[in-house]
Design a protein. Structure first.
Length: 258
């Protein structure tokens, strides 16, 4: 499972491994076919039926996996927008605090936005870990910054500030949960197993036709590209297709310089 996690976190590795595994399966099927006896017409018809059925199953599974990856990508986009809205709302509600507390909260929120933008943009896992620690530290400071003023005067106005800060902290948790919500490793293993079986059947069906050897490379390439695209969309940290924190960047621009 650990190896599969590393593979799906790196779409290029997913492409290479999927391509090699399928090509070897097709070659193995071709070798088996050359050493087997000639099939009767009835056997050939049954073989073609099974091959068509399993190829259809592979196409359906890839389609479902792609749909799952796209839905998770859209979910991450929505949470980025919600996070920016929650921070922007709390930045405005800081006016309800005493002047000194309001200035401190605004400065912390600005640093918090910068940390959140960095977490979206960085590709370095070590830098991402540091940003996560910085985010957790700032969240603690933000909560501590509003407690004295809101507990000293527990009014409905103060409750708005507390509720807004709670939304800020929750929105980051929802975003993190959406980053962890990915296609399960077991699903990837099953997809790869079915793809290997399809290529082995394809190689077995064309093993005695050397002029059709080029067909044995088409399916591995197409399926490997599909796996690469699914893994890339489903990888929020190391993929090429990533969520751009446009809403957070726009919020930082609207806040202005320190």
């Amino acid at each position: 499972m650990g190896l599969m996690t590393v593979l799906i976190d790196r779409p290029l590795l997913t492409f290479i491994v999927a391509l090699l595994a399928q090509w070897l399966a097709a070659y193995a099927g071709s070798l088996l076919r050359r050493s087997a006896r000639e099939q009767t017409p009835e056997e050939r018809e049954g073989f073609n039926t099974v091959k068509a059925a399993i190829l259809t199953l592979l196409a359906l599974i890839i389609g479902f996996a792609f749909s799952m990856a796209v839905s998770r990508y859209d979910q991450r986009k929505n949470f980025e927008e919600a996070e920016a809205n929650a921070i922007g709302t709390e930045y405005v509600r800081a006016d309800l605090l005493p002047a000194a507390d309001a200035a401190h909260v605004r400065e912390l929120l600005r640093s918090y936005v910068e940390a959140r933008i960095e977490s979206y943009q960085t590709r370095d896992l070590a830098a991402l870990a540091r940003t996560s620690r910085e985010t957790a530290r700032l969240e603690g400071q933000l909560w501590s910054a509003i407690i004295p003023a809101t507990t000293a005067q527990p009014t409905p106005v103060a409750a708005l500030v507390v509720a807004g800060m709670n939304d800020v902290l929750n929105s980051q948790g929802y975003t993190q949960a959406s980053w962890w919500n990915r296609i399960p490793v077991a699903g990837w293993i099953l997809m790869l197993a079915i793809a290997i079986a399809c290529n082995m059947l394809l190689g077995y069906g064309h093993g005695h036709r050397r002029r059709n050897a080029g067909l044995l490379t088409i399916l591995p390439i197409v399926v490997a590209i599909s796996f690469f695209l699914i893994a890339d969309i489903d990888s929020p940290q190391l993929g090429f297709i990533r969520i751009k924190p446009l809403n957070l960047i726009a919020l930082l621009d609207s806040i202005g310089p320190k």
